[in-house]
Design a protein around this ligand. Structure first.
Ligand code: XMP
Length: 321
């Protein structure tokens, strides 16, 4: 891989910010750029960097794709509003669910999400706004995993030989691409992002679709969204790198009120990791696991089985899709 990583110990955040702001300014010139904010650390840092460079010549959107966590669009928009950055919510739920319809293969689902983002949604926004650039928060691990063939990360384009100008009608700017997550957090903090954002556990670009085994439908996303809310509220205090709920495809026999209940399975994962490259499951107290099982089976009544993943990455990966 030609791209050179800037390691955390070699990073001088203020110099890095100054350099990237100058680069963005010189590339975009007097033109316009757009970017999508998902509320993750990378896209949040990218948004602040872009606004520092371009001011209101950067138009920021939150793409409501229907696969985000509970109340996420409104929460992120109001956090950025408080920082003086207007963010417009784009309702693209139908486009995403239409594209995901009938797909069960993980890489096909990722490809459908990529195409919907870059071709349909951004392609249209670029046309409407007159922007020539899309700014995004791709990081070094995203590129590395895609190039190595582990997973097609949703945001990798040029590194896979895709000419975005010819394919989608805009050029892509990736100011954070030499940094891994811990370094992005340092830059995000230096840019003035609030701690609840720069210290947030990572969340994947394909959002909850990365946590649904099998077809991604609105109903199935709703189940994993509810379970996610419980897992996040119960495991936030662990300080783990990342914690998530996964919806399984197979149903299993359970029982409720002494009657057979053929229900669904949720898998919980909680990871210790520094950069997502490798990871190991957190040794959660048994009481915590029991509380998770109790809450998920009660608050998401279709669930009859809750399991905890005990596999390291590798051979597992952090997300399931
Ligand atoms: P995996 O599942 O590959 O995840 O072990 C490594 C880290 O990357 C996140 N992830 C993604 N982030 N686009 C992203 O921006 C993606 O397509 C994507 N897939 C996984 C994952 O949450 C973990 O932190």
């Amino acid at each position: 891989m030609e791209l050179k990583e800037i390691k955390l110990e070699d990073l001088h955040p203020e110099d890095f910010i100054e350099e990237k702001v100058a680069e963005i300014k010189s590339v975009v010139g007097s033109g316009l750029a757009i970017n999508a904010l998902s509320g993750g650390v990378d896209s949040s840092a990218g948004t602040l960097l872009g606004h520092r460079a371009l001011g209101d010549r950067l138009k920021t959107y939150f793409i409501e794709n229907g696969i985000m966590r509970q109340d996420e669009p409104q929460r992120i928009v109001s956090l950025f509003k408080a920082m003086g950055i207007p963010v417009e919510i784009v309702d693209a739920k139908k486009q995403f669910f239409d594209a995901l319809k009938g797909l069960t293969d993980p890489e096909e689902k990722r490809e459908a999400i990529t195409q919907t983002f870059y071709k349909d949604v951004f392609g249209e926004l670029v046309k409407e706004s007159g922007a020539k650039y899309l700014l995004q928060g791709t990081n070094y691990t995203d590129v590395e995993e895609t190039v190595a063939g582990v997973k097609r990360q949703h945001n990798i384009l040029e590194q896979l030989g895709i000419d975005t100008q010819a394919t989608y009608g805009y050029a892509v700017l990736e100011p954070l691409v030499q940094l891994r997550k811990p370094a992005v957090r340092v830059v995000a903090k230096a840019l003035g992002l609030p701690e609840e954002l720069y210290n947030r556990p990572p969340f994947p670009g394909p959002a909850l679709a990365a946590r649904v085994i099998g077809e991604v439908t609105q109903e199935r996303v709703e189940l994993v969204r509810k379970a996610t809310q419980i897992v996040e509220s119960e495991l936030q205090s662990t300080g783990a790198f990342q914690y998530l709920a996964i919806l399984h495809e197979d149903k299993v026999t359970g029982m409720r009120d002494w009657k057979r209940d053929y229900g669904i399975q949720i898998e919980v994962r909680c990871w210790e990791s520094s950069d997502a490259k490798t990871g190991s499951p957190t040794r959660l107290p048994y009481e915590t696991l029991e509380r998770l099982a109790e809450r998920i089976t009660t608050e998401v009544p279709a669930v009859v089985s809750v399991t905890y993943n005990i596999t390291k990455k590798p051979p597992s990966t952090i997300e399931v899709v």
